[in-house]
Design a protein around this ligand. Structure first.
Ligand code: FES
Length: 505
């Protein structure tokens, strides 16, 4: 138990899971389906396909659950912020309904799977609320409620919520849920292996080639030869000429787990405005605890990341009182042009190469929906929700506007990073601190570790050449253009970059 916010980020889910480990791929191998990515999408798809008798091979660049799935709030809900009204406006009622039903089906699937497989993962039914304390957002919530009515979603507009915080209006969606995501997925991993599926960790997929079959190529030169490939690596590790880096933007948000002073009345909450806030209950080692988070911002941009953690801490202290600090961590999410994930063939002429990405902050249900949809696709079965998620879709509204906005922002940061002046030098660095400095005129990332050793990297991102910035919250180098992230030694933590930053001595 700590009376201070933990110095280093660590996800409670990861820390409390005895994850099954697997070795590296050290030979060429054949499968029916090769899956890249050991998060909720990849593992659920591997579970479903292996149950249907398909031979699956799943690769992960690091250990399993190390991506966004291991850093989620783990709400199982179809209430994804205020979205249904804008989906109806922009995509039409039919597609808005497809989105809702796909997520509802995913919720039901998770519950059924937990029951059928007897998984002990703290699954708890709870109501979900979007609340606002701003007059300006009241109308938005009322419009969202009208959208619920059009789509047959049971919802209720409220003037009060169980939580004792000042609000002007709230919208409730009943009977949603939360769970321990890694206890759930770890159990599925066991079943995949019992069904003959193979999992390889610390095996980075870098390309896919086609000759007779699909060949997934790994960094150490091995191949997975298969009929279908599922790219579930969060940011797709191959682009397949789908230009996904121009059609999504990355953002980061923060979570803190603590024992509150005040008792918690139940419910899962998000606010309707900025800065974003999210709240849910979790039982940690038999104690009542809360996960409180938010502070969403574009990766590599804005104020120092540590200030986002501090803002969450202040909100938690003011709202609940903090008895003990337990954990803090952060997550990266990808948002598409129309806020609907891309799930399906990477391009319309490559039906054996499938991807799932862009879940915004709602990966538990969207990721499960993706696994169900891609499994149907591979088995040749019709999925009623495929159309809304088709990665090749393009809507004049809102896509053109958002596309221009995302890529203008990339161009701005590409230039800004190159021109930025920094007057800092190595001597200015404190322990456990990173800074951009100039060495012989070259922009250089410098981090001094707790033993006083300085690690230097070239700050030019190996994806498309933007300049990375120091992340003071998580001690990483983050790219403001498409969200690649690198360790203090330059290793890739998060794509689209595949190569490490150049290290200097
Ligand atoms: Fe694209 Fe860095 S992630 S340039």
């Amino acid at each position: 138990m700590s009376k201070k916010i933990p110095q280093h980020p660590e996800s409670y889910w990861r820390d409390s899971t005895n994850a099954i480990t697997s070795k590296q791929l050290e030979k060429d191998i054949k499968a029916d389906v090769g899956i890249v990515g050991g998060g909720i999408t990849g593992i659920t798809a591997a579970y479903l396909l292996s149950k249907k008798g398909k031979k699956v091979v799943l690769l992960d660049a690091g250990p399993l659950f190390n991506g966004t799935t291991g850093h989620t709030t783990a709400k199982i809900t179809a209430q994804h912020g205020i979205v249904y009204d804008s989906f109806i406006q922009q995509l039409g009622v039919e597609k808005a309904e497809q989105y809702y039903k796909a997520n509802k089906q995913a919720m039901e699937f998770i519950k059924e799977t937990i029951d059928q497989e007897g998984i002990d993962c703290e699954y708890t039914v709870d109501d979900a609320y979007i609340y606002t304390d701003s007059d300006k957002k009241i109308q938005k919530l009322e419009q969202e409620k009208e959208a619920y009515d059009k789509l047959g979603i049971i919802g209720e507009l409220l003037d009060e919520i169980p939580l004792n915080i000042p609000i002007k209006k709230a919208l409730k969606m009943e009977n949603q849920a939360h769970f321990h995501p890694l206890k759930y997925l770890n159990h599925l991993v066991q079943i995949i292996q019992q069904n003959g599926g193979e999992i390889y960790e610390n095996t980075t997929a870098i390309d896919v080639e086609y000759s007779d079959h699909q060949h997934i190529i790994t960094r150490n030169g091995h191949r997975v030869v298969c009929d279908h490939v599922i790219v579930a690596s969060h940011f797709p590790f191959i682009d397949g000429e789908g230009f996904y880096f121009t059609r999504m933007y990355p953002s980061r948000s923060y979570l803190m787990a603590f024992e509150p002073e005040k008792s918690f009345p139940g419910g899962m909450y998000i606010n309707a405005g900025q800065p974003s806030r999210t709240i849910r209950y979790v039982n940690i080692d038999g104690k009542d605890a809360l996960l409180v988070g938010g502070e969403k911002h574009k990766t590599g941009q804005g104020k120092p990341e540590i200030e986002h953690y501090e803002a969450i801490e202040k909100f938690a202290q003011d709202t609940f009182g903090i008895k003990n600090y337990l954990y803090r961590w952060s997550a990266q999410d990808l948002t598409t042009l129309d806020k609907v994930p891309y799930i399906g063939p990477i391009t319309s002429d490559q039906p054996e190469l499938l991807l799932a990405t862009g879940y915004r902050k709602w990966g538990m249900t969207n990721g499960t929906a993706a696994a169900l949809l891609l499994t149907d696709f591979i088995l040749g079965e019709k999925n009623p929700y495929a159309e809304v998620f088709d990665p090749s879709r393009f809507h004049a509204q809102p896509d053109i506007k958002k596309f221009a906005e995302i890529n203008a922002d990339v161009a701005k940061h590409l230039l800004k990073g190159k021109l930025e002046f920094t007057g800092k030098s190595i001597e200015d660095l404190k322990e456990d601190e990173g800074q951009i400095i100039r060495i012989k005129g070259k922009r250089t990332g410098a981090y001094k570790d707790e033993q006083g050793k300085v690690h230097l990297v070239d700050t030019t991102c190996t994806h498309l050449g933007c300049e990375v910035n120091w992340n003071s919250g998580d001690r990483t180098w983050d790219c403001p253009c498409h969200g690649s992230r690198f360790s203090v030694k330059g290793e890739v933590i998060e794509g689209p970059a595949q190569k490490p930053l150049t290290k200097y001595n």
